[in-house]
Design a protein around this ligand. Sequence first.
Ligand code: WT7
Length: 645
Amino acid sequence: MSYPYQIRSFDEYQVAYRVSVNEPEQFWASVANNFYWRKKWDKVLEWNFKEPNVKWFQGAQLNITENCIDRHLKELGDKPAIIWEPNNPEDRTRIVTYNRLHKRVCQVAQMLKNNGVKKGDRVCIYMGMVPELAYAVLGCARIGAVHSVIFGGFSAQSIADRLEDAQAEYIITCDGAFRGGKDIPLKSVIDDALVGNKKIKRVIVYTRTRTPVSMIKGRDVWWEEEMEHAETQVEKDGAVSFPAEVMDAEDPLFILYTSGSTGKPKGVVHTVAGYMIWTTYTFVNTFQYKPGDIYFCTADIGWITGHSYIVYGPLCAGATSMMFEGIPTWPDAGRFWDIVDKYKVNILYTAPTAIRSLMGFGLEPVKGKDLSSLKVLGTVGEPINEEAWHWYDENIGKKKCPIVDTWWQTETSGIMISNLAGITPAIPSWASLPLPGVQPVLVDENGNHLPEPKEGEIVSGNLCMKAPWPGIIRTTYGDHERCRKNYFATYENLYFTGDGALKDAKGNYRITGRVDDVLNVSGHRIGTAEVENAINMHAGVVESAVVGYPHDIKGQGIYAYIIFNGKHGDDELTRKDILQTVSRIIGPIAKPDKIQFVPGLPKTRSGKIMRRILRKIAEGETSNLGDITTLLDPAVVDQIKNNRV
Ligand code: WT7
């Protein structure tokens, strides 16, 4: 594998950036020429942000799995595509070569076909981090089914909502998943999600934990049995084949649900060709991947980071991508460093929250671990504070590894603003420069473009994009209007990210965080409205307001103010009940860190909750609350202030 589009110097970056802005069609066509197409495009780009309507590589035909797997077989067939590290370090590692991956993905495709799955059908995947999860994702892509992976931490209710929204008919799951000392009963959660569901035709269950499960006749089948049957179908005379479905460039590849400022998560849709080009291009350039490098992204495939930078981007580049089943702190806080040492990892991509949590264990877990294989470090998911950045740089990278701080979103599908490892300068806590194809603009509240900062100046505004890149969100599943309203209607002719940012005179960006009612808890996106809806389901709750506050490890914590009317025997018990409710409705990741019972909420005369005040109190700021004279009942603020938790 070689990457003619790999940027190798700062000058090359500047040239690439300039061409990508001035002649985007020519630029992306020349990148796309390095991929495998069944038929090339008639037109590189057509777009407007009004509807929005964005089409890349119209007329082209391809299958992304032929790019991720088949085209590598001749050169890389015996090289590892996926290296899997199990939850328990004493268990057997699995090394999946490109040949083996090809065989497994063909088998899954055949298995899906045998079970009635066709192009365009939605398949929900709810599994732990086992290689079979990657096979399942790629198997769907091979037959043109639209996968929708749901993170293993979401509750039955969340799954039910997503199944309904996606109109899914098929599910692939596991009996259970190992995560640290825990064994999570995934199939039983699926069973709860399916009570009353009449649409699901088939549930395929992979055995991982041997947790007892109930299999429903006519609906549930075992992965192992189905795969065995499929194996004889795809393998003839020692050769393996399952023809890849020929997809149009703009056919949907997957749906991934993410939180917004309303109570209901949105199904972000990405399409085949643009997504492929964007994830591969950004993977190769940001991390400066060189053939043979061992690359380890610690994310879960249930999130966009896992989709783009464990599965599609790396595999399309013919890379060796590690998959880790467990958690960073089990059996102890040295687990990441053990893995780096054991496999001689060259590139490590993780989240600031993980770094901060590991920092808390001191240097003992790092001692004696050989980290000399590391060349590049990366972070993603939230702003990285300088302290964590320096800890990562000094103790993990030993000041020899560039750190890429990659800013992007589920909706952008791949990295948008980041330094390129060793090519463009790293600035602690700044995501820095836009990748080629990315055209950020900062606007004020009214959508006015901010003036370019002069030397020594820094401007601050809302971060938007003024032109499409290949991996931009195409729609929100089943509701295009929602996509328009959410991202393309706030400011005319701009895609609005929901983030605030600073910009300096050199063109560097520093992301300051969400400016909407979306929280970022341990790098996971959670809408305040979603959490409020869940809390309000509790029979004793009259009303609630949820805000974020700075949290040492999670980045943001969840602070809930609740008016409680139910039987108030014991505050602690009531708190537990409410946490249990949130766990049931959304999942444990959305549980508030702090709950304060309040007699009322600060509201304006028109009934709007003044979140600004609640945010300040949650942050510990009690003296400088700004103007509260417009409140209906200013006295309530004192009561809230005096009873902070
Ligand atoms: C939001 C997107 C990107 C994949 C994982 C999260 C925040 C992400 C950074 C960064 C500052 C960041 C933004 C963004 N964010 N990366 N490097 N610096 N903030 O994807 O769940 O779609 O969340 O995460 O606020 O909007 P997501």
